[in-house]
Design a protein around this ligand. Structure first.
Ligand code: JFZ
Length: 577
């Protein structure tokens, strides 16, 4: 066999396909975040000064510009004699969590494992002398929890060449590449080599260049090809380089995203332990937020901030255990489900798996019916998840399916009703109607994508269509025209210089426009372009499609929206340009 064929086979064997890699992540949905380090000793206070309410206690060194000398002195006192790794793994399991992400090194530069790269770690620098990462990875394995690590790969307030310490070190004298070469990458190598298979590496705070980010990505792929990489490995203002997108902390996107994503959330107002922050979320808050995230296709990473002695704050344990009790009964409606195709409802949210629609009722509907507007499928039956033998009445009114709910059996957080439908749950196509003289604003997030066209999240909180390269990758809207007439057609997109020149097509009302992509600047720099005048000749339904004109090597563009602005509508003047 020729060498290139052997190479191709080997490459294929080593290539862990994206979808396969993500399988556990998209099934498991719910993980535990653990923020723990020397900042837990300070617990939100330094020389009598408290970190402000809602401030993140793990940022205390930066908040009060604590000199490296003083912070290191304090770090010597970290001695979590009450740490029991089994208790952490058992709590995660009891909460219904399937993966655990531990801060192996946060921004203060202190390693919670036996690092040979730097003595500034839990084994060499403290009387505790035990390897937290080692003990916790082993405990997670015993409890069937996938072990993962957080690593702050850019920010390091201890190292003179790390990012972020402007109070001890002169930023102008930093050699950041030296920091990457001599601390950050070698420590990542230690974590990927010495602690068994890792589910994912949770990088944080991005990094300046794609080349720098690729050093971390390549090292993970080299040592643990199945290990996932989160979105914060790369520059937040650039294209996603990780396997999945991170929402902003405590962030909640709109529904309908096509890419993998995860929202991290604090249980109170801080990631690291603060003795002042008692603003704990209730179990119902947590459950409803988890349902909301999963109903939109995301994962939920919920945080605990252990104390300096290694114990987990009692209120955290209480909330986690109550969430776990709900998960014990309702986990089927979370694990292995996917986003609801018909959006959200006034009474709650919906997750789907096969022909089951899990209607999560956060409150009892006034008319006693959980209406599921926009559903295309015929309903087969319905029951309470907790009482499969007790069939509930499926009702239909003006073309909308609903389930009449029982008076009893309600859960304060979320009551799960299973609506069984015929086939895979699908949404009726959304109709874009037109107000009087109002323009049609056709955003990517409200379109119907097909092929590889993907609804994506930008770190600056907006959305675009990306990953589309060939004519089959399309976005479609179903207009209902009420004012036939002439309209300005405009498009708004971002396009990097290397995408300029690509051709795209807009088809509507029997008209076909073929246009050329123009560069707009850097990644998410959107600009509007006038595509000319079109005629919406008649009232009624009119599909609009935008797509690449031909197959191309990469993104056609980051498409944001099309706008149809009336020039003259039948019988009345629209807005004149
Ligand atoms: C970062 C850390 O600075 C913080 O200490 C904690 O570890 C958190 C999970 O991650 O904080 C961020 C990072 C990114 C955003 C917000 C907080 N963001 O993009 O909105």
């Amino acid at each position: 066999m020729k060498s290139f064929a052997v190479f191709a086979l080997l490459a294929a064997a080593n290539c862990v396909c994206a979808q396969d890699k993500m399988e556990w992540f998209t099934h498991d949905k719910f993980g535990m975040f653990v923020h723990w380090g020397p900042y837990s000793v300070l617990a939100g206070e330094w020389k009598g000064q408290r970190t402000p309410a809602g401030d993140e206690a793990e940022w205390i060194m930066q908040r009060f510009n604590i000199p490296v000398k003083d912070y290191r002195e304090m770090a010597h006192t970290l001695n979590p004699v009450k740490f029991d790794a089994n208790a952490y793994a058992k709590l995660a399991r009891a909460a219904g969590m399937k993966y655990l992400v531990l801060t192996a090194k946060h921004h203060d530069g202190f390693a919670m494992y036996d690092s040979k790269v730097s003595d500034y770690n839990i084994v060499k620098w403290t009387p505790f002398r035990r390897d937290i990462v080692k003990e916790l990875s082993e405990a997670c394995k015993r409890e069937g929890i996938r072990f993962c690590v957080y690593y702050s790969h850019r920010e390091d307030w201890d190292d003179p060449n790390g990012y972020g310490n402007h109070w001890d070190y002169d930023p102008a004298k930093k050699d950041f590449d030296k920091y990457l070469r001599e601390k950050s990458l070698p420590q990542l190598r230690e974590l990927l080599t010495n602690y068994g298979p890792l589910g994912l590496i949770w990088f944080d705070r991005g990094i300046d260049t794609t080349a720098q980010a690729k050093q971390f990505i390549n090292l993970v792929h080299e040592l643990q090809p199945k290990c996932l990489i989160n979105g914060r490995v790369g520059n937040y203002a650039h294209e996603l380089l990780g396997d999945y997108q991170n929402m902003n902390d405590n962030g909640m996107p709109t529904g309908g995203l096509d890419e993998y994503w995860e929202t991290p959330q604090t249980l109170n107002g801080t990631w690291g332990y603060s003795k002042f922050d008692e603003q704990w979320k209730t179990p119902a808050n947590v459950i409803q937020r988890m349902v909301e995230i999963v109903s939109k296709g995301g994962n939920y990473l919920l945080n605990i901030g252990p104390k300096a002695d290694g114990t987990i704050p009692a209120p955290s344990v209480a909330v986690m255990e109550q969430v776990g009790a709900w998960m014990q009964k309702n986990g089927e409606s979370i694990y292995g489900t996917s986003a609801c195709p018909v959006g959200q409802f006034p009474w709650g949210r919906c997750t789907v798996k096969g022909g089951n629609m899990y209607l999560h009722a956060f409150q009892k509907p006034a008319d006693g019916v959980l209406w599921v507007g926009g559903l295309k499928n015929e309903a087969a039956s319905a029951h309470l998840l907790q009482a499969p033998g007790q069939k509930l009445e499926v009702v239909r009114q003006d073309g909308v399916t609903g389930v009449r709910v029982p008076a009893q059996g309600w859960d304060a957080a979320s009551t799960v009703v299973v609506l069984v439908v015929k086939g895979k749950p699908e949404a009726e196509p959304e109709l874009m109607t037109q107000g009087s003289d109002s323009p049609f604003h056709l955003t990517g997030i409200r379109g119907e994508t097909s092929g590889q066209a993907m609804k994506r999240f930008n770190r600056d909180g907006s959305f675009h269509i990306g990953r589309w390269t060939k004519p089959e990758d399309q976005v479609r809207w179903n207009l209902v025209v009420s004012q036939p007439g002439k309209y300005h057609l405009r498009v708004r997109y971002a396009a990097r210089p290397e995408w300029a020149g690509r051709k795209f097509v807009v088809e509507l009302g029997g008209q076909r426009l073929e246009k050329t992509v123009e560069a707009t600047g850097d990644w998410y720099q959107y600009k509007a372009f006038d595509l000319g005048v079109v005629t919406l000749a008649a009232k009624g339904a009119m599909p609009v499609v935008i797509r690449p004109a031909a197959a191309g090597p990469e993104n056609l563009m980051y498409f944001e929206s099309l706008t149809l602005e009336p020039i003259t509508v039948s019988g009345r003047l629209g807005r004149l340009d």
